[in-house]
Design a protein around this ligand. Structure first.
Ligand code: ATP
Ligand code: MG
Length: 421
């Protein structure tokens, strides 16, 4: 017997009952991006594996064990993108977008990581990301955070999300801190879990990001990165905090916030919720000034964030939101009525372009057509039978109100629907 066809584990269909919610979130995002002057960029889903190794970092979870990597027919190693920033920087370099100019960009789409699937964590998931290139001051970090804050307010999520920020300082400051941290962790080697032991010399900072509860008290006691920062980095961080304060955005300084990707420096931030368990980070970002140079370009200041769409959808699942319901379902009986219904519904779509109309297709009894009209939640059923065709009338049945069915001339239908919608 052939195997039942199924979606790949961790990769989900988004069904028509859920897409209105997705579209509502996407629309709110597009509007906010537009308000702040950000333009959309669309990158391929597949890139050379090398791009991700060189940007995200060889010893990160993503590159070490989460990427979907394969050789294509030419023997080139390709990967499904696990995130958007690397591809965005590659595209910017390839098309000269960073040369002496500021770029405010956003993207969205599917990302792929071979993780253990659970609520809020999938193997294909969707991110909406924003990147800004060419601005080094803390006001741009503030701008990104204000954008996200505006979005939460628009979506009614502001009360559920809190902002955590930290500074990773410059590369040099981080190197000095790494030495301190390694020394501390060496002294408590017996308390490190397997992952952390592996990271101890390759990427000790990532140990601070461990999700293992048994590691938390050790992490609490570790030296703080903040104490290793120089004057300039400290000032940058303080300026950002002041800007956020002035704008009325509350934030918490989380000295252990390091992020899972190697390319960050200075500011890192996360919007977190307590309602999604270990998958509590809804949006994460920061500054990545070194990345463009690392990928072969001229040193360019850069900041960005990415938000996980599925996690937002989970948070909004119970919120009241309105799917578009059809204004009318068009019911007909007989050949002549069917033809007239087709013409009539096209006229309605011409005249009332913001409404949705469903034309009954196929032959069915009036009763069964009325049932369908009710099932799709239409406000009205418009009825065309033999007599209506003859005298150019249309029957109107109110599906949501207790009212008698009416007959009106077809010429008055647009007026009627405009006044009753
Ligand atoms: P986490 O700590 O939850 O693993 P991360 O640090 O790996 O997240 P980023 O790479 O910064 O996440 O991605 C930004 C956002 O994308 C996350 O905050 C989250 O909302 C979302 N995200 C990341 N990985 C997944 C996944 N496997 N499934 C669903 N959403 C994800
Ligand atoms: Mg992760």
């Amino acid at each position: 017997m052939s195997k039942k066809l199924q979606a790949i584990r961790g990769m989900h269909d988004i069904l028509p009952t859920k897409t209105p919610l997705w579209q509502m979130i996407e629309k709110a995002m597009f509007e906010v991006c537009q308000q702040y002057g950000y333009a959309e960029i669309r990158m391929p889903i597949v890139e050379s594996s090398d791009l991700f190794c060189r940007s995200i970092g060889e010893v990160t979870d993503i590159v070490e064990k989460e990427m979907y990597t394969f050789d294509d027919r030419n023997g080139d190693s390709l990967s499904l993108r696990p995130e958007g920033t690397a591809g965005c920087v590659r595209a910017g370099l390839e098309h000269g977008l960073f040369y002496n100019q500021t770029q405010r960009l956003w993207y969205q789409g599917p990302m792929f990581r071979h993780e253990r699937p659970q609520k809020g964590r999938y193997r294909q998931f969707h991110q909406m990301g924003v990147e800004c290139f060419g601005i080094s001051g803390a006001e741009i970090e503030a701008e990104l955070i204000l954008m996200t804050y505006r979005l939460w307010k628009k979506l009614g999520l502001a009360d559920q999300l809190s902002l955590e920020i930290n500074s990773l300082g410059t590369n040099q400051e981080r190197l000095a801190y790494k030495a301190l941290l390694t020394q501390f962790l060496e002294q408590h080697k017996e308390q490190l879990d397997e992952d952390s032991l592996r990271r101890l010399h390759s990427n000790p900072l990532r140990i601070l990001d461990s999700k293992n509860p048994a590691m938390q008290s050790l992490i609490e006691q570790a030296p703080k990165l903040m104490d290793s920062l120089g004057e300039e980095s400290t000032l940058h961080f303080q300026t950002l905090r002041q800007l956020l304060d002035d704008a009325g955005v509350t934030c918490v300084h989380n000295p252990r916030l390091v992020r899972g990707l190697d390319y960050y420096s200075h500011t890192v931030f996360e919007w977190v919720t307590s309602s999604l368990g270990a998958q509590g980070t809804v949006c994460a970002g920061g500054r990545f000034d070194g990345l463009i140079e690392q990928l072969g370009g001229k040193a360019t200041p850069a900041v960005g964030f990415a938000m996980g769409m599925e996690r937002l959808v989970l948070l909004l699942d119970d919120a009241p939101w309105v799917a578009v319901k059809p204004l009318a379902y068009i019911i007909h009986q007989g050949e002549a009525a069917k033809n007239q219904a087709m013409r009539l519904v096209e006229r309605l779509r011409d005249e009332l372009p913001t409404h949705s109309f469903i034309l009954h297709c196929g032959d069915a009894s009036l009763k069964s057509q009325f049932k369908k009209a009710d099932k799709v939640d239409a406000t009205f059923a418009l009825v065309l039978g033999e007599s209506e065709v003859e005298n150019q009338h249309v029957g109107i049945k109110f599906l949501r109100e207790r009212k008698e069915q009416e007959q009106i001339p077809q010429d008055e239908l647009i007026n009627f629907l405009t006044n009753n919608s």
